[in-house]
Design a protein around this ligand. Structure first.
Ligand code: ADP
Length: 417
């Protein structure tokens, strides 16, 4: 494994795994701290998705160290700590405490840090983080409910989170090339710096940094620096993971729990062409046998054409269901039904699952017992086909509500590997 990554939140992990795959490495995402014995298909890069961004620092450190130990046991040769491209954190952490603990555990002398992600308009100059033309502290992040970012100077922000010294690798040095960068990092380390905020204003600089940092034990940042490192490691990539295991083929099903405008339009586009069943939360709640009946309906129709099963509804119907059952219970009955249906259809031979909705995807993946996902071809920006990388025979496309164009479902099955 060329790169073992620890991501501090779930969507950040998915973004990172997709970015690394687009850069030409095989990538697998593991959800949550891996069990000691978890075995996954080989891959160039493995991303462990934690939810450690805003939890207590001590728990974030413990989870990150557990992820690190597992990645080491799987043979990772270098490590990447993935944080948000807006550097979401507070003086209590968790970027500083986790980065310190990873350095300690790895015996890393220096940790270079940059959240720069030019594709999403995040750049770092003189240690200050910009979002588009604005300093971070002049954006909506200033009033974020959990991690308000009121200072754009990342050297100062990180220094508040660690007893270690934090230095700066400025743009002017990076502009002089890799040898100048290496010399500056050496001199910062000799000065006692443990962490170094690196300026980066475009992908070329991130590739340069990636090439300099590729031989190091540890680096920290957003998806941008990871893409730079992946580019530097590309010549050593193996197609092992992807080649070793073929893509599952077999009956497909679309399970939709997202009520976003995008998902409703996507359903509208295919609903007359596919066998379909709409789930009504109130009916599911009233009749305990309704989910089993829905499963029977679907099992009888499983075959060549994908089935469409959806609870997705326009705002007034969602509001009515929530008024009848309460917001949480309405969501819960839908998620429970989709879990039952997913598990039942998998047992009946379904192999390809397209799931619409972030929470819905989490529920379906968990119900199917899938712990690791290998990243495949991209269906829409941010939504790749994935395949279970822990021995289960499923392909999954997990779409967060707003993603994808109106033809997403058709495209998904056309592009299925
Ligand atoms: P998105 O990615 O669009 O936010 P999610 O799956 O994360 O989609 O969230 C949608 C939530 O709405 C889920 O918890 C789902 O169970 C719930 N839900 C789906 N259909 C209905 C409905 N008809 N009425 C009320 N809640 C619903």
């Amino acid at each position: 494994m060329l790169l073992g990554c620890i991501a501090d939140d779930f969507t950040g992990a998915t973004d990172l795994a997709g970015t690394i795959a687009n850069a030409g490495l095989t990538a697998v995402q593991v959800n949550g701290v891996p069990e000691t014995g978890l075995r996954i298909d080989p891959a160039d890069a493995v991303v462990v998705a934690l939810k450690s961004r805003t939890i207590e620092a001590a728990s974030a450190v413990a989870q990150s160290l557990a992820a690190l130990a597992w990645l080491r046991s799987q043979g990772a040769q270098r490590f990447y700590f993935k944080v948000c491209s807006t550097f979401d954190s507070t003086p209590a952490g968790n970027i500083g405490p986790v980065a310190d603990a990873l350095c300690e555990a790895l015996g890393a002398r220096l940790n270079v840090v940059t959240p720069a992600y030019p594709r999403n308009a995040r750049t770092v100059y003189q240690g200050h983080l910009f979002v588009g033309e604005s300093l971070l502290s002049d954006t909506g992040m200033r009033t974020h409910p959990l991690t308000p970012m009121t200072d754009s100077n990342l050297v100062r922000v990180l220094a508040a989170q660690t007893p270690r010294r934090v230095g700066l690798l400025p743009h002017a040095v990076t502009a002089r090339g890799p040898a100048a960068v290496a010399a500056q990092l050496e001199s910062l380390a000799a000065d006692g710096c443990r962490h170094v905020i690196a300026d980066a204003i475009d992908d070329a600089q991130l590739e340069l940094l990636g090439a300099v940092l590729a031989p190091q034990w540890l680096a920290t940042g957003g998806s941008g620096l990871a893409a730079g490192m992946a580019a530097a490691l590309r010549t050593r990539a193996t197609a092992a993971g992807a080649a070793a295991t073929g893509w599952p083929s077999g009956p497909g099903v679309i399970l939709a729990g997202s009520c976003s405008a995008a998902t409703l339009a996507q359903i509208e586009r295919v609903k007359d062409a596919l066998p379909r069943l709409r789930l009504d939360p109130v009916a599911l709640h009233r009749d305990r046998g309704a989910a089993a009946a829905a499963l029977d309906w679907a099992r009888a129709r499983l075959g060549e054409r994908p089935l469409l099963i959806y609870a997705s509804a326009p705002p007034e119907q969602v509001a009515a269901a929530q008024a009848a059952l309460g917001r949480e219970q309405a969501a819960q009955v839908v998620e429970d039904a989709l879990r039952t249906i997913a598990v039942g259809l998998a047992a009946a031979g379904a192999r390809r699952f397209v799931v619409a909705g972030g929470e819905t995807s989490g529920a379906v993946v968990e119900a199917l017992g899938v712990r690791a996902l290998a990243i495949g071809p991209e269906i829409a920006p941010g939504v790749p086909w994935t395949r279970a990388a822990d021995g289960k025979p499923y392909a999954l496309a997990l779409k967060s509500g707003n993603f994808g164009g109106p033809d997403f479902f058709t495209r998904a099955f056309e592009l299925a590997p």
